[in-house]
Design a protein around this ligand. Structure first.
Ligand code: 4FV
Length: 236
């Protein structure tokens, strides 16, 4: 998978992408991550990429020209069809289902904004999909882009070793994950549930399912509503 990132702060990505799973995925050639600085496409001497909002109001807005020119330059860098994503609080909320969907693309182009946001013609003109990582305002879209990269790349074949397969991730079945335990059997008086020591995989799977359901009911009942809605929709 090729991932292009358009940003005013490419250096912000250096550290998060150069450790553990994401570094290994790049070293294995499973992903190719390319950064392009939007400011390199500013046309005036001051390398201006933002301007005052029409109609007044606080803050500054990302100008269309530098983003369009940067995008059209990046698009030509590779023949693959790309999925263009604008990171913005106005976007559809990112979730595991969207991560799975994006992991099937051959190329992603992520556009990270700054200031108060993008001139609306950027969204319209680039036919970009808007994605939000949550209902809060960040100082920039870079962290949001990193979160999407992490959640998508770990789903790509060959990225996660078998030891940590995403198969029964939280949310993959629309439920929170069941409780996990590892050695020792007793820690500070707290015992591992006997069922997990029974070796009866049928009973263990049943216990885990029940635990996942109970936890979801307790901590995220909203997920159960979505789950039932999705199932009803599937049944049609
Ligand atoms: C954001 C979010 C986010 C808004 C203006 C950066 C900031 C500036 N992006 N999910 N929440 N972006 O807050 O994706 O462009």
């Amino acid at each position: 998978m090729r991932i292009d990132i358009l940003t005013l702060f490419p250096q912000m990505f250096e550290s998060p992408l150069s450790h553990s799973i994401l570094k290994r995925a790049q070293d294995k050639g499973l992903i190719d991550i390319v950064f392009t600085n939007i400011r390199d496409f500013a046309t005036d001497n001051y390398k201006k990429v933002d301007d005052k909002p029409y109609g007044g109001g606080p803050g500054m807005v990302m100008m269309p020209q530098p983003v369009f020119d940067c995008f059209e330059y990046v698009e030509k860098l590779s023949p693959e069809k790309s999925k263009v994503i604008l990171l913005t609080p106005q976007g559809r909320k990112f979730d595991q289902a969207k991560a799975v969907e994006l992991s099937k693309e051959s190329r992603l182009i992520l556009i990270a904004g700054r200031y108060e946001g993008f001139d609306e013609r950027i969204r319209i003109g680039l036919g970009a999909e808007q994605i939000s990582i949550g209902d809060y305002v960040l100082s920039g879209g870079e962290l949001a882009a990193m979160i999407i990269i992490d959640a998508v790349v770990r789903l790509l074949a060959g990225v996660l070793g078998d030891e940590d397969s995403p198969k029964d991730d939280s949310f993959s079945a629309g439920l929170l994950e069941y409780p996990q335990y590892t050695r020792p059997e007793v820690f500070r008086g707290m015992r591992v549930p006997d069922i997990l020591l029974s070796g009866d995989h049928g009973k263990i799977a049943q216990w885990r399912r029940r635990q996942a359901l109970e936890r979801t009911k307790k901590y995220r009942p909203d997920l159960l509503k979505n789950k039932n809605t999705n199932q009803r929709q599937k049944k049609g």
